[in-house]
Design a protein around this ligand. Structure first.
Ligand code: MSP
Length: 517
């Protein structure tokens, strides 16, 4: 049985349409899911929408419709985004689903049975934008101008509320946060250790001033604090509280991928709820950085909000995926612009890899009629293939395993450049006249290298990598990491396979005049 790998994204608030940050997280998670499958693991990948809470209720009221109407419409855009971006999820969860209500109530009852819930009165600050309670000491500014650490407005809230005994878990949470690998990257871990060391207050976990949420069992007038039900989505999707096959196989989660702003909810509140309910804890929470538009946060007031689907349409889905994974050191913030996308994709995909594929296949068609034959490798051929194989089968997987996508792709592009240097050194166009057998060996060496390069690039640019492997004649069932070890080339030679004239897979991107400054 392959190792199970359960991966989740944060579930998005569908109070508006998806933006580039949502696309970034979905793409990164998809790269991880595809990579883990490629490595031979049994992956379950869950994403979805977080539809309850005051933010949704207020947005719907502003628009004169019910929260459910707003949620239904907006959730459909998130699903559509996932389809366009080629996100290979197994489960898209919506928190309005009845089974999610059931799971949230079951978790609640488990926490209640543990003696961790009590009724009291909440008096304090709340940010509707963050759906978060803040302590006075965390706020900046004065009076009505007070802002949360995320820079969002806060409002004074007083209401009867159920409380969760978060304070009771302080020591266990500190031990957990200090466990290597639980909270990544290190900067977020340190922030969380500082937060918990500062002392934890009990958490208000229900609301009475509105009713758009999961009902608290046996407590008329209370709905759960939206984060209690939102976090539960990760286990709802496996069938909790039933003892399902998915539950037994995939819980605890291997990785919760979330943005840096919500690491607190995932590494403090969520493990405390699970500890209280006696359930196993997720292995890793990774807080990725934010994507900025030319260094600035996108916002309606700045008028710089970009529809990720427009970017995908304009530059191509795989180009956008490659850019985001390559340009930004995963874990840190990163910036994007039309020029940066065009420059990166042209330099690396079109001019380097695309050109290598195009040149090699065209020369094989032109000078060898597309026929493949066995050949003797010289030390130079051997050297190149060894370097390419190491980059694709060892270095890139090692970096991707550590979620260091940009570094993994750096080793990949170095291998592409090594191939382009080899073409220039070997000059097959000259060999054509002086030593045709050697020319054939050079071209076929390149074909072997292209196979490895395309195989390794599949998690990032699934469609384009598949198109290259199709042109090579590589069987669709033999494209996993384990297939590096197969002699696919000998199989093609034996089958008398011929290479057809290549169609361009990595066309150069153009930047409209207005944006080239
Ligand atoms: N609904 C909560 C998450 C609940 S998880 C149990 C939420 N939703 S959100 O729509 O505001 O954000 C969804 C994800 O997108 C979060 O991981 C968030 O950090 C991420 N991003 C939001 N803006 C972002 C960028 N500009 N860049 C990268 N990711 C960002 O929080």
């Amino acid at each position: 049985m392959p190792d199970p790998f359960y991966l989740t994204t944060a579930i998005n608030y569908p109070n508006g349409k998806p933006h580039i940050g949502h696309a970034y997280e979905a793409i990164a998670a998809d790269v991880i899911a595809r990579f883990q499958r490629w490595m031979g693991r049994k992956v379950r990948f869950q994403t979805g929408t977080d539809e309850h809470g005051l933010k949704m209720a207020r947005k719907a009221a502003e628009q004169g419709r019910t929260p459910r109407e707003l949620a239904d419409e907006m959730a459909s855009y998130f699903r559509a985004m996932d389809e366009v971006l080629n996100i290979s999820f197994d489960r898209f969860i919506r928190t309005v689903e009845p089974e999610h209500h059931r799971a949230s109530q079951a978790l609640w009852q488990a926490m209640e049975a543990a003696g961790d819930l009590y009724l009291d009165r909440y008096e304090g600050w709340y940010s509707v934008r963050d759906e978060a309670y803040y302590d006075e000491s965390e706020l900046a500014g004065e009076g009505d101008e007070k802002l949360s650490p995320q820079g969002t407005p806060v409002e004074w809230t007083v209401e009867e509320s159920w409380f969760f005994r978060l304070s009771k878990y302080q020591d266990r949470l500190l031990d957990l946060l200090r466990t290597p690998g639980f909270c990544e990257p290190e900067s977020r871990r340190n922030e969380m250790i500082a937060f918990v060391s500062g002392g934890l207050k009990d958490l208000s976990v229900s609301r009475t001033s509105f009713d758009w949420g999961v009902k608290v069992p046996g407590s008329e007038g209370h709905v759960m604090y939206v984060w209690v039900d939102a976090l539960t989505n990760y286990i709802t999707g496996l069938g909790y509280p039933d003892d399902t096959e998915e539950w037994r196989r995939f819980w605890p989660a291997s990785l919760h991928l979330v943005g840096k702003d919500i690491v607190r909810f995932h590494t403090v509140y969520w493990p405390a709820f699970l500890m209280s309910a006696g359930l196993p804890l997720p292995r890793t929470v990774f807080g990725h950085g934010f994507i900025l538009n030319r260094g600035q946060k996108e916002s309606k007031s700045l008028g710089n909000v970009t529809d990720p689907l427009e970017l995908a349409e304009r530059f191509g889905v795989d180009n956008l995926r490659y850019f985001l994974m390559r340009e930004v050191a995963f874990g840190q913030d990163g910036s994007y612009s039309a020029e940066a996308i065009v420059n990166r994709c042209n330099a690396e995909l079109a001019n380097s890899f695309g050109n290598l594929v195009q040149r090699t296949l065209s020369m094989i068609v032109k000078n060898m009629n597309g026929d493949l034959e066995r050949f003797e490798q010289t030390p130079a051929d051997h050297e190149l293939l060894k370097q390419v194989r190491k980059a694709c089968a060892v270095d890139l997987p090692r970096e991707f395993e550590a979620l260091a996508f940009s570094q993994g792709l750096e080793t990949w592009i170095q291998a592409v450049w090594a191939c382009n240097r080899y073409v220039d050194d070997q000059a097959p166009w000259t060999l054509k006249k002086t030593d045709p057998d050697r020319m054939k060996a050079v071209l076929q060496t390149l074909l072997l290298a292209i196979h490895d390069l395309a195989l390794a690039l599949q998690p990032v640019v699934p469609e384009k990598a598949a198109a290259v492997l199709d042109m090579l004649g590589v069987d669709g069932d033999t494209r996993s990491h384990a297939d590096f070890e197969r002699d696919w080339f000998a199989a093609l030679v034996d089958a008398g396979h011929t290479i057809a004239a290549p169609s361009p897979i990595f066309p150069r991107l153009e930047l409209p005049e207005a944006e080239s400054v």
